[in-house]
Structures are given as C-alpha cells and as structure tokens.
Design a protein around this ligand. Structure first.
Ligand SMILES: [Zn+2]
Ligand SMILES: [Zn+2]
Length: 445
C-alpha cells in the first residue's frame, strides 16, 4: 500500500509500461508494475518512502559498515555453496570464538553464584545484602533452557495421531529424533526448538502458513524444521543458545525506560543516577556481545539453513520445497486478511458460541481463498522485491531468494515421502479445534 504522502506513479491509460511498452500487471487490488523491466516494482522506493541517503553520524556509519560486512558474508556463503567445485574453506575460528563468548557469559553466572555463596558462608551479616544481589544477578543470567510458545496450542499424540505419524516419518527419513511435542500457533511459519534439560524437540506449526500450503509443501516445511535437529547449526546448541537467551534477557531488562521526575532528596537522586548509568552500561555491553555472537555464527548458521532446505528437497521434492519457499514472501497478505477480519469481528461480539466457532474457523478459509486469488504477476513482484531488499523469514535465515536459487541450482530431487489424501484429510480433522482456538486468538487481538 502506498502511503498517503506519496504520489502514485503515472500509469499509461492503455495499460502499457511507460518505460518499455510491455503490458503492465492488471489486478487493481495490487501495485501496478511491469514484469518485463520491473518498472514500479517498489513504489515506496520511487516515492521516497524508502530513502537511500548516506548514513550520518558515527554510530550510523558503523551500523552501515556492519550491515555491508554481514551482506558480504551472506553472499560469500551462498557463492561457496552454489559452486560445488570450489569447496568452502573451513572457518571454525569464528565458531570457536562464538562458543568462547558464550562460555564467558556462563562464567559470569558461575562467578556470581560461587562468590555470593562464599559471602554468605563468611557469617558477616553486612555481606548478606551483597550476596543477595549477587545471587539475583546469577539467577537472571542463568542458562535458559527454552520454553513453549505461550500463544501455542499443544497437541498430544492421542489428539493428533496422524500429524505425529507424519512428523515421525519425516524425522525417520532425515535420521532426526522424533518431535516430542507439536504445538499450533496462529503465526506465518513453522519452527523447531528444543526445551528443558532433556532437550525435548518441539515442532511449532503456524496455521497462517500451514493453511495456504499444499500437502507437499507442508511436508517440505516440516522437513526443513525437523532437519534443524541434525543440520549442525551452532546457534541451536545448548551452550550457545542459553547464553544468547540470557544476554537477550539482560539487554531487554536494562533498556532505558521513560524519564520520570523524582521528588526525592539528593541521595536518592544520586542513587537513581548511578543505577541508570549502570543499566545503560549493561544494555550497551549485552547489545555488543549479542551482535558479536550473532555475527560470528552467521556463516555456519546460514550453511546449516541451506542444509535444512536440501533435506526438505530430498524428503518432499525440489518442486515442493521451491513453491513452499515462494509462499514465504506472501506474509503481508496474511496481515491484510487478519486486519480485515478483525475489523469485521468487532461487530460480532454477541454471536452465539456455535456460530462463533464457525465464524472463527472461516478465517482460515478466507485466508486460503485470498492467497489463492493473488495473481502470478503479484507473486512475481513480491519475489523480485524480496530479492532486491534481501529479505528473509527472520534474522536467522538466509534471504529467501538465495534459498530458492540454491534449491534450483541442485539436481532436481523427487519426493522420498508423500502425503496421501486420506492421511492429509485426517490431519485436517485433527487440527479442527486448534483452528478455532488460533483464529479466535487472532480475532481477539
Ligand atoms: Zn517495462
Ligand atoms: Zn530454518
């Protein structure tokens, strides 16, 4: 959508491109652009909504330099993998450095714990508050073992035997451990995480994505996620991941809050000032460490993601993996449908429960119909825009267009595993309750 301040580009009345005279896209619901020469591919860039001004200030220049360095790493990893005749050089130094930084985070926790207990054993009562503060810090920086998504609806094996059976078959095909829990969220994406000391594998299915994928694409999506259990991603091991989680917690907790006028005396003002200064230092340091850890694991992390895509292609076919990846650029459409339905829902609060279930569940049907109705020209525009902006599903994944290119660059793979119609229908029935619950969560938000 073009913002109110922008001027729409001049579109020729005859529907021809003003730049190359090829036919323009025709669906009035979407941006008018030229698939031949990419004229008006990105209206926000044309109108100046996205500016390309040179970075001002030292901090901004440093950010820009970091962004460029990361971009170069992203492209180098892709080039190395796309060219099998040139095997990538092993760069284990960065991986070890990342693990060492994670180790130093754990060491701080251990030092605070041991030091505080040591103070308590001295028997000096004056040391008790200091030890309490030390133990408090150790508690906050403790290794975090991951947790379930609070917005997720967990499904047990007895509630969804066919879904678990499919996930088990995919995991067996990959040589990965079976998912111990499957949960459903309203989100646009699937994910895999490990929680608890025993590192239980949890597969999260975002219904907004699941609903718009074909059965083959769903298999590809689950295979990519279950592949995370065996793709050697250093960012997912307990040592590294728990340190990142602890730092993230500290970074958020120490973020500067709104400035409040204090009516207290001078002593309290000084104490307040010192506390704010310390928190600012913690915020800065944890931000620095987080950036360092993420940059050190950028290359091995991306290699692992490409490996997960290869696994998806092996299990579900290259074709299904490619079309699943192409769907990932349609996230904006999901937002459009959610917003539209939430607005309509405002007037339906008093509807009876049974018809409300139907009304809520119809959100997914509406989403499927809308996404199916997106014309090829608009899908192509989103893909080209994603490539131009180097966008990815999140900060851990390589840009989606590079993932697509790499799957296409490999010899085509046939599906090792197929999802039959009866099995697919049984899984749909198992998701019925979660479909209503998650739709309600979307519409009430
Ligand atoms: Zn053109
Ligand atoms: Zn992934």
């Amino acid at each position: 959508m073009i913002s109110g301040m922008t001027m729409p580009p001049a579109v020729e009345a005859d529907g021809m491109c003003p730049s190359c005279s090829a036919p323009l896209s025709t669906d009035p619901r979407f941006v008018t652009w030229c698939p031949s020469c990419s004229w008006n591919l990105d209206p926000s860039a044309r109108s100046g909504t996205v500016t390309n001004t040179a970075p001002r200030g030292r901090a901004e220049r440093r950010r820009e330099a970091r962004r460029r360095a990361d971009g170069a790493t992203v492209e180098r990893v892709f080039r190395d993998l796309a060219n099998p005749s040139r095997p990538p050089a092993a760069r284990d130094g960065a991986r070890f450095a990342a693990m060492a930084v994670a180790g130093s985070v754990h060491l701080v926790t251990a030092a605070f714990t041991v030091g505080s207990i040591g103070l308590l054993t001295t028997g000096n009562l004056l040391m008790v508050p200091v030890a309490a503060i030390g133990l408090g810090i150790a508690f906050v920086t403790r290794p975090r073992l991951g947790r379930l998504d609070p917005d997720g609806s967990p499904l047990s094996r007895s509630e969804a035997p066919h879904l678990y059976a499919l996930a088990d078959r995919i995991a067996a095909e990959l040589g990965a451990p079976p998912a111990e829990l499957i949960e459903v969220t309203p989100g646009f994406g699937t994910s895999y995480t490990r929680v608890g000391l025993r590192r239980h594998g949890v597969l999260t299915i975002g219904l907004a994505l699941w609903e718009v994928l074909t059965p083959e694409e769903r298999v590809a999506s689950l295979a990519h996620e279950l592949g995370h259990a065996v793709n050697g991603d250093p960012r997912r091991n307990l040592w590294f991941h728990s340190a990142v989680e602890a730092l993230t917690h500290w970074h958020r907790a120490s973020a500067p809050g709104p400035v409040e006028e204090s009516g207290a005396g001078l002593v309290f003002m000084v104490m307040d000032w010192v506390a704010k200064l310390v928190m600012r230092g913690v915020h800065h340091l944890t931000g620095l460490l987080l950036r360092l850890m993420l940059r050190l694991t950028l290359a091995p992390g991306h290699r692992a993601e490409y490996r997960a895509d290869e696994m998806a292609a092996r299990v579900a076919s290259s074709t299904a993996t490619r079309s699943m990846l192409q769907t990932l650029v349609l996230g904006d459409s999901v937002e459009t449908v959610f917003r539209r339905r939430s607005a309509v829902q405002q007037g339906r609060r008093s509807t009876r429960a049974t018809s409300r279930d139907e009304a809520d569940a119809s959100l997914w049907r509406e989403l499927r119909e809308y996404v199916t109705s997106i014309p090829e020209a608009e899908r192509l525009r989103r893909l080209r825009l994603s490539a131009r902006r180097m966008t990815s599903t999140d900060r851990t994944h390589p840009p989606t267009h590079l993932r697509l290119q790499l799957v296409s660059a490999r010899p085509p793979a046939e599906a090792a595993l197929t999802l039959g119609e009866t099995e697919a229908a049984a899984i749909e029935r198992e998701l019925e309750t979660a479909r209503v619950q998650t739709a309600r969560a979307v519409l009430m938000s």
